[in-house]
Write a protein that binds this ligand. Sequence first.
Ligand code: SAH
Ligand code: SF4
Ligand code: F3S
Length: 467
Amino acid sequence: MSKKVFVKTYGCQMNVYDSNRMVNALKPHGYEVSETPEDAYLVILNTCHIREKAAEKVYSEIGRLKQTKADMAAEGKNMFIAIAGCVAQAEGAEMMKRAPAVDIVLGPQTYHRLPDMMKSAEEQRAAGRKSSRVLDTEFPADTKFDHLPEESDFKSSAAFLTIQEGCDKFCAFCVVPYTRGAEYSRSIADVVAEAEHMAKNGVVEITLLGQNVNAYHGEGEGDSTEGLAALIRKLAKIEGIGRIRYTTSHPRDMDEDLIAVHRDVPECMPYLHLPVQSGSDNILQAMNRQHTREDYFKIVDQLREECPNLALSSDFIVGFPGETDADFEDTLDLVRRVKYAQAYSFKYSPRPGTPASVIEEQVPEDVKTERLARLQDLLNEHQLEFNEGMVGMEMDVLLEREGKQAGQLLGRSPYLQAVHVDLTKEYNAVDESPDRAYNGYMGKLVRVKIAEAGPRSLKGELVSVLP
Ligand code: SAH
Ligand code: SF4
Ligand code: F3S
């Protein structure tokens, strides 16, 4: 009989990719995916440690799971709880103590060993222990990428592909260098093989992932290493791959070659997430971002000169220790100058073990709240303006899933906007129920005329299905 595994994923896209990899590592051992934790044999929480709230959510979820586990035990059923990801890496043994219901704690670098960890947990349970104690948060010398089974069941025509992991930059606020470890790039050959495999299985759009994706330098032919630009050029040649994106980039690694790729490679989408965090030189320096606001403007100007239709997005932190009103005004000023198509913004959250967390001059919570609201108002204004500018335009949309309304599919524009495409007319014309007719459009790149724009999404009508 198959065992059910339920995975809940928090945090960044790399965790989404990792969760899929964990499930795929388990499948050959008789596991199948479950949509709820209630009847699951194994529940995995793939966690995020980036901000305090993200980490706390994990403990509340463990609290709920503890009850489910007890209820199942009362019915004579086994349930195992595994905590993976960045909270697991950061807290390790501490987590085992704080949450005794947890059976397995594993870090982002050891998930290929999960089937073995489960075996050990099962043995401990069989020997009569209520909770098994399996902890594996090492950074093994052999890489997990050498061990992973190939996935063949892609749920969507858009997929993530991790090419780089870890970070050597040590921004003063950030836990990633500690939870994901040192920077590591997969080889060109490995990435190309995985992308070819994805394309053969219906994937059209690949998002290359890395905490510092544009610092990528993978082993190429001979002894040389090659950068992200060279990799994208290779991937663009794979048959079936129509779109390539990459995230997250650091301004310091945005080199000329990569800018040229945006100009020359049509598969490389005209959208770039280039986090700046702050518009103040003082704060950028205190954050150890290793660039100035002027450096950032230079990169943006150059990008826009080479590719005038490029849309930008960013992450911002408000209330970093020592941030004054003037520093914050510099951030607003930078935003007005760059005008992002989209952005994420957060209140600074002190993280244990990071240099910024011990700076005495912390910004009061109410100031952070007020600054965040002002920044978000401005970012939202720009986002709406950007979206409204699309009305009347035709653009390519990759249809990825069903929309909320019947007869509607949801896809992404080249600029990563969510686009609802109404296909009722087309379905009626072929006299098919939407369910059956979806097959003709789902996963396809289509040409859409944009009819309406909102703050977070667009609506459009089908013009044609692209070959
Ligand atoms: N590698 C990316 C960022 C990864 S973390 C980069 O260099 O930009 C994702 C985002 O979370 C960051 O861009 C930052 O805006 C936010 N973040 C990270 N640590 C944070 C903290 N301690 N408090 C608030 N936001 C944080
Ligand atoms: Fe964190 Fe900075 Fe590395 Fe990004 S570059 S992952 S913010 S340390
Ligand atoms: Fe969170 Fe770890 Fe990603 S801390 S943002 S899950 S790298």
